[in-house]
Design a protein around this ligand. Structure first.
Ligand code: NAD
Length: 250
């Protein structure tokens, strides 16, 4: 049902963004990819998805402007690129704070402000922000990430109100722990650091807050993004769709 629609997914060379790109492609959208990775991987993904790729670092306004200039007119904008850094607040490196706020929050402001004029002209648009359970609740040592994710939930509500009459919706998807390379790669270090088995790390450390004790699959997040693009979701606007196994119900 997305034939003829152009979709840009930031941070789509890995994890959740890649799964969203694949799912939008399966519905017929023309894809623009963004994100880092080895040249061969990016070429392979562009081939698989019939997509173009824009190499832009979204930690600066200039990077977001470069991305939007190269991407052209987009009907579906998925702001997904993000990163994490964990540290007590008094030691939190200022440069990390700035990079996370820029990437996880400000980049979505820049891509949105640049995407909206065309969406308004087209009379249709979808802005989907990949937030997090950390857009609703906090955890210690994640000052920048939690602040940025709460911020993007607020930005999403503003966009929803401003654009409601233009046929454009803006929503967040807020996953709990999702099984991605990012998460999987933490396991060996945590096993070593805490003297735990792989199963103990997964259940008692990573999934401590997720009541189902199961990771969310990237395909589940992607399915929500597809749903939000559809006709049935035209009145879902400014919402924060949790996919966290009950984490934020507590
Ligand atoms: P990932 O590390 O697998 O993918 C991140 C993507 O962003 C990659 O394509 C990477 O190249 C790109 N990227 C990183 N820095 C960038 C930059 N400066 N400019 C442009 N692109 C950049 O991570 P993921 O787990 O798929 O996370 C994707 C999003 O989902 C993030 O916003 C993250 O906060 C959110 N999220 C993840 C989880 C989880 O458990 N994995 C849970 C909740 C929310």
């Amino acid at each position: 049902f997305l034939n003829g629609k152009r979709a840009l997914v930031t941070g789509s060379t890995s994890g959740i963004g890649l799964a969203i790109a694949r799912a939008l492609r399966a519905e017929g959208a023309t894809l623009v990819l963004n994100g880092f990775g080895p040249g061969e991987l990016i070429d392979e993904l562009c081939g698989e998805l019939g997509a173009s790729h824009v190499d832009a670092d979204l930690t600066s306004a200039a990077g977001a402007e470069k991305l939007m200039a190269a991407a052209g007119e987009v009907d579906v904008l998925v702001n997904n690129a993000g990163m994490q850094f964990v540290s007590p607040v008094e030691d939190f490196p200022v440069a990390k704070w700035e990079a996370i706020i820029n990437l996880n929050l400000s980049s979505a402001f820049h891509t949105s402000r640049l995407a909206v004029p065309y969406m308004k002209q087209a009379g249709w648009g979808r802005i989907i922000n990949v937030a997090s359970a950390h857009s609703l609740v906090a955890s210690p040592y994640k000052a920048a990430y939690v602040a940025a994710k709460h911020g993007i939930a607020g930005l999403t509500k503003v966009l929803a109100l401003e654009l409601a009459e233009a046929g454009i919706t803006a929503n967040c998807i807020s996953p709990g722990y999702v099984w991605t390379p990012l998460v999987e790669n933490q396991i060996p270090d945590t096993m070593a650091a805490r003297g735990l088995t792989r199963e103990q790390v997964m259940r008692d450390v990573l999934l401590a807050k997720q009541p189902t004790k199961k990771f969310v699959a990237v395909e589940e997040v992607a399915a929500m993004a597809v749903f939000l693009c559809g006709e049935a979701a035209q009145n879902i606007n400014g919402a924060n769709m949790s996919i966290d196994g009950g984490w934020t119900a507590e």
